[in-house]
Design a protein around this ligand. Structure first.
Ligand SMILES: [Cu+2]
Length: 173
């Protein structure tokens, strides 16, 4: 379905661009004064520019208003479970594979070889948290598990021929 839409949209825009080129080619033989054209379209360009800046401002504020993402969601007194997560070609090793609902876990992520991704998917296959696994470096983030079930960690960065095999599961009870 999407493929068909993309195909027709591409065809439409190709024909549109071809049409514009054809129109310009035909019109180029006509003599006319350039001055009013420049004046008119410079004004249009200024308005377009201002609208674009305003639009980008709105989009930026709207999409970044939740920053910084994934800040610790625990209260000072609550207990944090630290989990060491080591990535390698092609898999993961977690120091703990079982948690309880409500647990706040701090994942310390690193890699033995090349750079990998570390993305946690909840039982509904939604990405809930992710970071990069970098050699000789430790990236940490916090997750509080609210749903019981089997979670999956998948690699989000192409890291070699076995990239698609990189996966580890853990359980929240
Ligand atoms: Cu990987």
């Amino acid at each position: 379905m999407i493929q068909t839409v993309v195909w027709f949209a591409s065809l439409f825009f190709i024909l549109l661009i071809a049409g514009v080129f054809l129109w310009v080619a035909i019109k180029s033989k006509e003599e006319s004064s350039y001055e009013p054209v420049v004046k008119k379209w410079y004004k249009a360009r200024s308005i377009y520019g201002i609208l674009l800046v305003l639009l980008m401002l709105v989009v930026t504020i709207y999409t970044l208003r939740d920053l910084p993402f994934n800040q610790p969601s625990y209260v000072e007194s609550s207990e944090i479970i630290e989990v060491d997560a080591e990535s390698f070609q092609f898999g993961y090793e977690l120091s703990q594979n079982e948690f309880s609902v409500g647990d706040t876990v701090k994942f310390n992520v690193t890699t033995r070889d090349v750079t990998h991704g570390f993305g946690i998917y909840n039982p509904d296959k939604e990405l809930i948290a992710q970071t990069q696994a970098m050699p000789e470096y430790e990236n940490s983030f916090y997750v509080t598990f609210e749903d019981a079930g089997t979670y999956e960690v998948l690699c989000l960065e192409y890291c070699g021929l076995g990239h698609h095999l990189m996966k580890v599961e853990f359980v929240v009870k």
